[in-house]
Design a protein around this ligand. Structure first.
Ligand code: HEC
Ligand code: HEC
Length: 359
């Protein structure tokens, strides 16, 4: 870098409110005396800009925690608790599709269409809120409430799915092992706690993490150029932290209305429909970009099929920039380095037998 100054233009991200994105310039000086090689400089620029490696999965301190994770894994694949008997979490969060479903909008019980696109559950435990509009506080809250979602599991109340679980041989014992000392452990709350414990293990470190840890060769030249742009253009102002997103609410359409580019009709009002506050109009959770090249189609309504187009739309409506073909290509290349291997535990266990097989 020849001791030259690298200028990082970052946007100040005001969480919770309409993103009043004002441009600030942060000067990051390369160490003046001894110029650092370009890759080492890029690693330090990335860290200074708030990009961090994924943590390791939480450790399993005791047998009950192990039993809880195993139960959560089992429940994630359990379709007998849905109204039509065909829908489990894995119906919409599939291993082959990086834990999303490949559809613009997810389809649940009795073919019902969800209002929004199914994001990946990989790394989701790192986010500050769940769902596009942040209307779920945690993984546990999300899993519990999805039992009642009219277009997910479709249950009228919690008693019905819990009754179904109790009738399946093996579940009462598995809940008891996971929640020792509880008299009636088969509850919707514990369903959420067990599934959350399982999901927190679904981390997908990849080449970008190796790069941040100092392995300069783990990214190609194109990917490194993309990372430089990601920092320099200001994508990182909103997409940062270990998830490369998932840490703030931002307006979709800072510079111009998003639906002019995405064709979304009618436009989703975003968080304003959750908080009933017009200041939250068109505000969404900044999504994580981990595994994003595997989770098409894009945006909250799956309105955009191609990642390169999604990136250009971001440039335009969030930053007021028309990206060149080369810039878009490099950014897409960088986003590809955020793909990690599917976690081994993201696969079903042998299901417990049907109630009719009870002796
Ligand atoms: C019918 C399809 C469907 C089923 C079944 C389903 N999900 Fe989802 N999931 C979605 C959709 C759609 C969203 C986004 C909802 C929104 O933002 O309004 C979502 C969002 C999530 C999120 C938040 C991710 C993020 O980045 O905000 C998590 C975590 C999650 N689901 C886990 C689960 C678990 C656990 C189950 C089972 C208990 C489950 N899902 C069942 C479709 C589904
Ligand atoms: C001001 C904050 C902000 C900036 C700056 C920003 N984004 Fe985003 N990004 C968002 C929000 C919010 C969404 C969710 C939009 C929605 O509701 O679908 C998003 C969505 C995306 C998506 C789609 C993810 C998915 O799973 O559907 C991609 C890809 C993306 N951004 C990449 C970028 C890139 C590349 C840049 C820089 C050129 C950038 N973003 C700049 C806030 C921002």
């Amino acid at each position: 870098m020849n001791g030259r100054l690298a200028v990082i233009s970052a946007l100040t991200a005001l969480s919770g409110a309409v993103a009043l994105a004002s441009s600030v310039s942060v000067l990051v000086s390369a160490q003046a005396a001894e110029p650092r090689p370009a890759a080492a400089q890029l690693i330090s620029d990335a860290k200074n800009a708030g990009l961090t490696a994924l943590p390791s999965p939480p450790s399993i301190p005791d047998a009950a925690t192990g039993a809880r994770i195993a139960l959560g894994r089992r429940l994630f694949y359990e379709n007998r608790v849905s109204q039509d008997g065909n829908v489990s979490c894995a119906h919409c969060h599939q291993a082959e599709l990086a834990a999303s479903d490949g559809l613009p909008k997810a389809i649940g019980v009795f073919g019902k269409l969800n209002p929004r696109n199914a994001p990946s559950v990989y790394n989701a435990g790192l986010q500050f809120k769940q769902h596009w509009r942040g209307d779920r506080e945690s993984l546990e809250d999300q899993a519990e409430k999805s039992l009642l979602g009219p277009a997910s599991f479709g249950n009228p109340d919690y008693a019905e799915p819990m009754g179904k679980l109790k009738a399946i041989p093996g579940y009462t014992e598995a809940f008891t092992a996971a929640f020792p000392g509880e008299k009636d452990p088969v509850t919707a709350k514990n369903w959420g706690v067990a599934i959350g414990a399982f999901e927190r293990r679904l981390l997908t470190p990849g080449r970008f993490d190796a790069f941040l840890a100092g392995d300069e060769k783990s990214l190609s030249t194109e990917e490194k150029n993309g990372l430089r742009l990601f920092i320099g253009l200001g994508c990182v102002a909103c997409h940062n932290g270990p998830g490369v997103g998932g840490g703030s609410f931002q307006k979709f359409g800072v510079v111009e209305d998003y639906w002019k580019e995405t064709g979304s009709a009618p436009p989703d009002r975003g968080r304003a429909d959750v908080t009933k506050d017009e200041a939250d109009l068109y505000v969404f959770k900044t999504p994580m970009l981990r595994n994003v090249s595997k989770t098409a189609p894009y945006f909250h309504d799956g309105s955009v099929a191609e990642l390169s187009r999604a990136v250009r739309i971001m440039g335009k409506v969030q930053l007021g920039r028309d990206l060149s073909d080369r810039e878009a290509r490099d950014l897409v290349a960088f986003l590809g380095s955020l793909t990690g291997a599917a976690p081994k535990e993201f696969s079903p266990l042998e299901p417990f037998p049907d109630p009719t097989q009870r002796k």
